[in-house]
Ligand binder design. Structure first.
Ligand SMILES: C[S@@+](CC[C@H](N)C(=O)[O-])C[C@H]1O[C@@H](n2cnc3c(N)ncnc32)[C@H](O)[C@@H]1O
Length: 289
């Protein structure tokens, strides 16, 4: 069972496959830039459904990608996804159960050699001591190896500022509530520590240099195709559902969301042609000298 703040990864595992499919094009674009000719060994840390493991493997001529996750149900999902999507024997993708940073030694052993590339997307922020995790991951790299952290950026927006129900700014307040939930989630993690600086500084403190950030805008303007519109409505319903028991949304906002998310209501978001997707995704990259 999930608590109000801690994710239930078994419950979320199927959604991670949807996310991996949705992000396929972005993963390929990023992997094309990150994987260098001659790379033979990579890690995908907190791999979820292993969407980025697949993209990295596609960019390698031969070698291994180790897809790491701390949660057995998620790793099972990754295994099934890899089984369905990957069969090229020149690059092996190996799922591995490991909790980072506590089980970094087991990961190092499985890698068997220093890595050319380590990727961690939206996973380090689930670790109590984020700097310890970044430092542990940097320690897996060969000289010239790269650690890429997909963290931060800007959350996805979908709705016009005024949707005609409740106070304008409904989605802005949803993001604000999400941000407060995130702060609670972090505070309640085991060994939780604040990291009062940005991801580039975390990479520098892990001994990496130079450190750079690349942010890409992800945009799908209105009107969205039906399948995407349904995905957006599902995403918003999931977010509102998770925030409902936390008390972080007002009763008036919940009333507005209930109508917007009810397919039987004339205000249902699925009827609207003005939904869109707009977000910014950052990848912070550090090089091991
Ligand atoms: C938000 S999901 C991101 C999944 C995927 N990387 C993506 O970007 O779609 C976070 C993932 O990190 C994993 N995770 C959380 N804490 C972890 C830890 N300490 N060590 C390894 N994996 C962890 C979770 O099981 C989950 O699969």
């Amino acid at each position: 069972m999930s608590t109000d703040t801690q994710a239930d990864w078994a419950e979320l595992a199927p959604h991670l496959v949807d996310a991996a499919r949705h992000d396929r094009a972005w993963y390929l674009t990023v992997a094309r830039e990150l994987v260098a000719p001659g790379d033979r060994l990579a890690g995908d840390i907190g791999c979820g459904a292993a969407g980025m493991s697949l993209a990295i493997a596609q960019m390698m001529a031969c070698g291994r990608v180790v897809a790491v996750d701390a949660h057995p149900a998620v790793l099972d999902t990754a295994r099934d996804h890899l089984h369905a999507e990957w069969s090229d024997p020149r690059v092996r993708i190996e799922p591995l159960h490991a909790d980072i940073p506590a089980e970094t030694a087991a990961l190092r052993e499985t890698l068997g050699a220093p890595a050319d590339l380590v990727w961690a997307s939206a996973s380090v922020h689930h670790v109590g001591d984020q700097q310890a995790a970044v430092t542990a991951l940097a320690g897996l790299l060969a000289p010239g190896g790269r650690l890429a952290l997909a963290e931060g950026g800007l959350p996805e927006h979908h709705l016009p500022w005024d949707v005609g129900l409740g106070e304008p700014g409904l989605e802005v307040r949803l993001h604000a509530a999400q941000d407060r939930w995130f702060a609670r989630m972090r505070a309640e993690l085991p060994d939780s520590r604040r990291m009062p600086y940005g991801w580039t500084e975390a990479l520098r403190q892990a001994g990496l240099s130079p450190v750079t950030t690349r942010t890409t805008l992800a945009e799908q303007p209105a009107p969205l195709p039906d399948t995407t519109r349904r995905t957006v409505v599902k995403t918003l319903a999931g977010r509102v559902g998770r925030l409902r028991p936390t008390g972080l949304l007002t009763a008036a906002d919940l009333d507005a969301w209930d109508r917007l998310l009810d397919p039987a209501d004339e205000a249902w978001l699925g009827h609207r042609d003005d939904l869109f997707r707009l977000s910014a995704r950052s990848v912070h990259l550090g090089l091991r000298p």
